[in-house]
Write a new protein. Sequence first.
Length: 556
Amino acid sequence: MSKITNLRIYNFRCFEHFEASFGRESFVVLIGRGDSGKSTILKAIDALLSPLWNYPFSDWDFHNGNIDRPIVIEGDIIELPDDFLTLDSIGFNYKLLMPDGSISSDISSESEATSVAVTIRLVVDDSLEPKWYIVSDREGVQDKELHSKDRELFRSFFVADANDSQFSFHRQSPLAALSKNTREERDQINRKMTTIVREAFKNGKRNSSFEEFDSSASRVACHSALLGVGGSSFDAQLDYKDNAFTLRNVGLHRDNIPCRLLGNGSRRLISMSIQLELTKQGGIVLVDEIEQGLEAYRLLNLIKLYKGNKTGQMFLTTHSSYVVCECSYNQLFRAKPDFSGVFSYNEDFQAVLRGTPDVFFAKKILICEGKTEQGFIRKIDDLLRKTGDGFILHGIYIANSKGGDKFYTYAMKLREHHVDVCVFCDNDVKDLEKKYQQAEAVGCHTIRWQKDFCLEQQIFNDVCWNTVLRLVELAQELNPQLDIRSQVGMVGEYCDTEDNRAKIGRLAKCGNWYKDISKSEELSEIVYTDFLNDKIPSETILYQRLDALTKWIKKS
């Protein structure tokens, strides 16, 4: 029932020209960094399918405030409810879903089609009055206006924490959609509501008095008389504000308490229960930041329930790695940073999604080979943050690929989706040369050391001799169980020679002096501080690689 397969957005908020295809997916999870337009996609769908007769828009909803170009939101919708297809407004404006997933406006090929589809278009010009149409895209066939009651059949609902109306039974609420009342039943309910409210109002006026307010009412009466406002009495009585006769006043309760008054977590979960049932009946549900107010175990349980639903459709946004890990690759769609559409994933991405899910929420990714590299990079972030130039300013996320050759594989996969990736790795495994060349060819930045060197070997080869001595002392402090001074032969005067540096580098590597995040952070603080203070010779590989890394970090 009712699935959006294609979505197009023009001149709406951050989107000048946006196109996305979701196939026949029932569970669509929008991911990506903050301010990439995920919430705006939901808002566009909400407006397109809204049952409101006059959905609110303002000048700020136009892209860059350009009201000279109209807002246009279009959706190709498949698996339509039978009630919708019999509407007079549809006529011959329907389209066809073809076996290859495309939407055809040529209805003469109906025998080849998988099912019927419609294209709905919402247009908002500078008058700010929205208009909805069924669009045929066939010559000589006029677009037909789609009324609010017709759009109700999509049972679309936007879950928002501030929207308490979801817990009442008014005509446009999800609870009313779940009730499946006929038009005659709804009319009967409205008459019943009017009768009940009138009787309650009369009984309330007869049986209640608020003498506590009589004194203030009398003072108002005196002053009103002086101003020429007559009246036989002034007192406090019941007064139904707004419209007491609507079903917005019939709400869902738990243990005799209105659900709208419950805590945020309980309200969120009850709301999700309503939406889950709505999707089972063919509704289209939109949830922004599904993880809000939910513990990890509740969130995971919720995702397991939602993703297994095959009827209706759910769109949700998330910044939670738990959600990404729980989803299948075909359910995830990453918002493109240029606001032009979304990236979809194939089966090859499943390992990346499960292994390093947080990378899908950042602007730039710095992939570290292992813990030593990760700790080294973390401290660089700390040092740059002190000058107001840390990683968060540049949208950088640090990912640990946990060794092997996965760092090159992950980097190349991310580059397929135009993510700016930098790999920080050793160069002491010959079998990885081909992978390195492939990664460079697709545009991955790579910071690696000279041939046959790991991080520790490059450091001891290139830093000044005083820093070598400091780093050996640091290694001894970090590893008190080892007799590192004796290992490097530091008795008496120890000379700065190429052989001595190479020996210390090999010992550091084989002895795992810094093979730990916290230990390599200590290493990085000394080395990168030297780099910042120009204490590492500029002709060395270490200086050149740290300089290239710093430039990549600061690149916008």
